[in-house]
Design a protein around this ligand. Sequence first.
Ligand code: NAP
Length: 279
Amino acid sequence: MTDHPIIPLAGVIGSPIAHSKSPVLHAHWLKTYGIRGFYIPMDVAQANLREVIAALPRAGFVGCNVTIPHKETVLGLADVVTDRAALIGAANTLIFRKDGRIHADNTDGYGFIANLRQNAPGWAPAAGPAAVIGAGGAARAVVASLIEVGVPEIRIANRTRTRAEVLRSEFGAKIVVHDWVQAGNMLEGAATVINTTSLGMEGKPDFRVPLDGLSPGAVVNDLVYTPLRTKFLEEAAAAGCVTVDGLGMLLHQAAPAFERWFGTRPEIDQRTRDVVLGG
Ligand code: NAP
């Protein structure tokens, strides 16, 4: 790898990858800040992952994002893993350092919190319990970051209860596991409510958790962003909650990676949202 690639390259590795919004987002920022670089989607099979990642720095790549299904595997391919990536058990960002070492980080939790802070400015993490619906990969980043910002109690319900129990054993006593069939009950008194499942996403089953327990004024966030205004967010808004869509998390998780690779901290504004939404 040359010390300073003339045209720095980055990209996203996953499979499938065609649906990813990251190439449009990074291309927008590269253009906005006049940076002579490129961000490329790369469909890579599990069997080729190690070889591809080892070759990228030699081709002028300064780093890459990693998405499903490689987020966990890449931890084993990195030389340095940040504490938060280790805690979450997955990485979404690789940085190819000048000394040849591969640095793995996870910015999903940061993106989740930054989205709430930007779009629900009055949000006070310590104001009360958080209710997390789901216990998949995204939930791990959400739970880790909620603990970090001082949420006093985190209630979790997941269709497959054992996955929620695993979060309880890994993240400790602040986690309280609730039954999936009674997930609506854990919303009572919750100051923050997050849907981390794929329910409500285009092409997926509807979100059916009863929302009668929502407190007016609670901050409600859906990680799903296709559609942008999910039925869950519509119902929460009708109940008097402050609602935040999932697009901001995607944008905010990308900002620290862009800064590390290309040297400029990008701004997340309405124009950024419009570009990613195809407007
Ligand atoms: P994942 O690891 O596959 O987890 C999926 C979660 O959804 C699990 O809790 C799963 O429950 C639940 N689920 C799926 N189908 C269900 C059904 N029919 N009924 C009940 N629960 C169901 O996926 P992930 O990576 O965590 O992603 C989850 C969602 O978050 C996706 O929609 C993804 O697009 C979104 N996301 C958004 C961002 C963002 O930047 N906004 C970032 C990451 C993820 P089981 O454990 O029972 O299967």
